[in-house]
Design a protein around this ligand. Structure first.
Ligand code: ZN
Length: 309
């Protein structure tokens, strides 16, 4: 099981949140009530931001996120996070990214499960800040780069082009949340403007048969997260998730659990949904595993080791 779309801010343990904040009630506070829209969903995730206030807190949350994924039976985790929301006076972008990368490395060492950090810029952030995040990412141990945030409120992509160019020039793997709340065309725009090889969610790609065919032709990999799409209102129910239509159109697919603490669904359950609710048989799941290894942002040596497992 390979998890290629998961957010650090969506994997905080309630017990850790209680210790870091000095108050309880986090089990309920972190969990979403039910389906709404992307803005409501992201507000829930953002309620964790005050917890990430120090090197030790970031390091601990990142380490535990890796350990929890390993305990879920996962074999590799790509963990993304937006460093700009966690900077403090005297604790800058490089410090935030280092804390997360160090914590993840420690979690991988303890659990035996490899992991890779993906630095995300945020749609709501100023352009200069996003470019500073990109430069910090290139100086770090991160393996990938992403654009996250509210596609409903900030659909325009042009102003992130330079940040992606910085990340691309340094060889970071590239992905982008697109066609999650926005239209199908946003996925192709992200590929054209940023050079991404993967699209986060892409649930609306199937709304346009022409775009769907072009995504398949280009081999753009779609990171599917069924439960998340239900909570954000992108689909009416998990059984309506477009994963079977992607599969039938020949779009390469990988799986993620996005924000499992908020949705209550870890990767193992997302995989169960593919098998039980969306008709993915053993061959389709094996194809997904192979695409996941090939499309991951890990090193070639890491890929060889993962295939062996
Ligand atoms: Zn996401």
């Amino acid at each position: 099981m390979i998890n290629l779309h998961s957010h650090l801010e969506g994997r905080v343990r309630p017990s850790t949140a209680a210790e870091l904040s000095g108050r309880g009630g986090w089990e309920e506070a972190l969990q979403l009530d039910g389906p709404a829209d992307l803005t409501v969903y992201l507000r829930k995730v953002a309620s964790t931001y005050p917890l990430f206030g120090s090197f030790d807190a970031l390091h601990r949350i990142a380490k535990e996120a890796v350990e929890d994924a390993a305990a879920d039976g996962e074999h590799y985790l790509e963990l993304r996070f937006g460093p700009s929301t966690h900077v403090r006076e005297g604790f800058g972008l490089d410090d935030v990214i280092a804390a997360v990368c160090d914590g993840m490395a420690e979690g991988s060492r303890v659990s035996g499960m490899p992991s890779g950090a993906v630095v995300a810029i945020l749609r709501s952030d100023p352009t200069e800040l996003n470019e500073a995040v990109a430069r910090a990412a290139t100086r770090s141990a991160a393996v990938g780069f992403d654009l996250a945030g509210d596609e409903l409120l900030y659909p325009e992509l042009e102003r992130y082009v330079d940040a992606f160019a910085i990340a691309r020039a340094s060889g970071l793997g590239l992905t982008c949340h697109a066609a999650e709340a926005g239209p199908a065309s946003a996925a192709l725009d992200a590929a054209d403007l940023f050079g991404v090889t993967r699209i986060g969610h892409g649930a609306h790609i199937v709304d346009d048969p022409d775009v769907l065919a072009r995504v398949a032709d280009r081999g753009l990999v779609v990171e599917v997260c069924p439960s998340s799409n239900w909570f954000t209102g992108a689909i009416a129910s998990v059984t309506d998730h477009p994963a079977p239509r992607f599969r039938d159109a020949g779009v390469p697919l990988v799986l993620g659990d996005d924000n499992p603490r908020q949705t209550g669904s870890l990767l193992s359950n997302e995989r169960r949904i593919l098998a039980d609710d969306l008709g993915f048989d053993a061959a389709a799941l094996a194809a997904l595993d192979e695409v996941s290894i090939a499309a991951s942002f890990m090193s070639d040596a890491g890929r060889v080791a993962l295939r062996a497992r």
